[in-house]
Design a protein around this ligand. Structure first.
Ligand SMILES: *Cc1c(COP(=O)(O)O)cnc(C)c1O
Length: 378
């Protein structure tokens, strides 16, 4: 049993086949349709689809004009792509600690890390639970910062009645198979700022002012490359899949929440395994079901728990090691051990349990049963 997995039905398959037969494999109508669907789902004006969540973060950093010398505050517990995007743009990631109960960015620690060079703050909706966007907006406004949401975990979630994607100046999604919806590989940036959308659109197409389809429509061959961009385009085949997946997203989120509830109830009786805190003013997308192990009480380390569960065929995982502890970051930014104590302490106790829409209640009960045996002598 894996920790996460896509759900593909016949309608998804048909949509891909139709796209293959349509004559447009890329830069065609499915791209626009998927972008319109995404923006309307999130309640934003614009969506720009790209070929990964990482590309979306890179485009976001470019579009808000992160440059050499700029600092961007990011949480220590995230996928490295969040802070890598800051580096791609020439900026410097500055790591903020997380709240020990939710693993969401700690606003007072983040604020203490603001300097005259800080340009933006990038929040991460860890596990699918939106951060405190009201507090983040106030923090950003106090210091004149741009607010980015790495919402790669939280598509379909909401905060005080507003959808994930509409909570920051610019938000990014990933459509990797383990994420909320999938296009194989893929991602998107959503925003209501026209200049951010325009800049991202150009950035995903080499920095060129028009695309192939627009030129075909206008009967023109001339184009101008205004900035240095990339080929980050998402194909029509993938966008067709994205549209049927997006239509299924509410049912995915509903199913994930049902399974999460079952985990909460079952874990009450399991010694030494605690879920993260769920906050009441937001709807969680349940990308991950992460728990904290009381390793002293269980008498085993997280890594031992991990291998025992893997031996029992339970596909547990760990999300994430504090980013600055990776070799590349140590080489690039130096030894930062100790700067985010809550993140470092959580990392030693963190474990992600399997959770995906097609998981059955019996699968979940198997996971819980295996957890009850963790403290048993070998
Ligand atoms: C998955 C993920 C990404 C990167 O998405 P890809 O589509 O794999 O490039 C970035 N940030 C977070 C928090 C993620 O979980």
């Amino acid at each position: 049993m894996p920790y996460g997995r896509q759900s593909i039905n016949d309608r998804d398959v048909e949509a891909v086949v139709e796209a293959l037969k349509s004559g447009w494999l890329t830069t065609g109508p499915q791209v626009e349709h998927f972008e319109r669907d995404l923006a309307s789902f999130c309640g934003t004006v614009h969506a720009v689809v790209v070929n990964s969540g990482t590309a979306a973060l890179h485009a976001a950093a470019h579009a808000i004009n992160i440059q050499e010398g700029d600092e961007v505050i990011v949480p220590a517990i995230t996928f490295a792509a969040t802070s890598n995007a800051v580096l791609y743009a020439g900026g410097t990631p500055v790591f903020a600690d997380v709240n020990p109960d939710t693993l969401l960015i700690d606003l007072s620690d983040a604020e203490s890390k603001v300097t005259p060079r800080t340009k933006a703050i990038c929040a991460v909706d860890y596990a699918g639970q939106p951060c405190d966007y009201q507090g983040l907006r106030e923090l950003a406004d106090r210091h004149g910062l741009r607010l980015i949401a790495d919402a790669c975990h939280s598509i379909g979630a909401s905060y005080r009645g507003r959808m994930s994607g509409s909570l920051a100046d610019v938000s990014t999604f990933s459509f990797h198979p383990v994420k909320g919806i999938t296009t194989g590989e893929g991602g998107a940036l959503v925003t209501s700022h026209p200049e951010i959308a325009q800049s991202a659109r150009q950035f995903r197409n080499h920095g060129i002012d028009t695309d192939h389809r627009l030129r075909a429509r206008q009967g023109a061959h001339v184009y101008d490359q205004e900035t240095l961009g990339f080929n980050y385009r998402l194909s029509d085949i993938q966008c067709a899949l994205g549209r049927t997946q997006l239509a299924r997203l509410p049912s995915f989120v509903y199913r994930r929440a049902e399974l999460a509830d079952r985990y909460h109830e079952a874990l009450v009786t399991v010694d030494g395994v605690s879920p993260l805190t769920v906050l009441s003013d937001r709807v969680h997308a349940w990308h991950l079901y992460a728990v904290l192990l009381e390793t002293e009480r269980l008498g085993i380390s997280r890594d031992e728990a991990f291998s025992r569960l893997r031996d029992m065929n339970i596909g547990v995982n760990v999300h994430y090691r504090p980013v600055y502890q990776h070799t590349y970051y140590r080489k690039r930014l130096g030894d930062l051990d100790g700067i985010c104590p809550a993140a470092e302490a959580a990392y030693d106790r963190l474990l992600t349990l399997p959770l995906f829409p097609d998981m059955t209640a019996e699968d979940l009960d198997d996971v819980v049963y295996s957890l009850t045996r963790l403290g048993d002598p070998r």
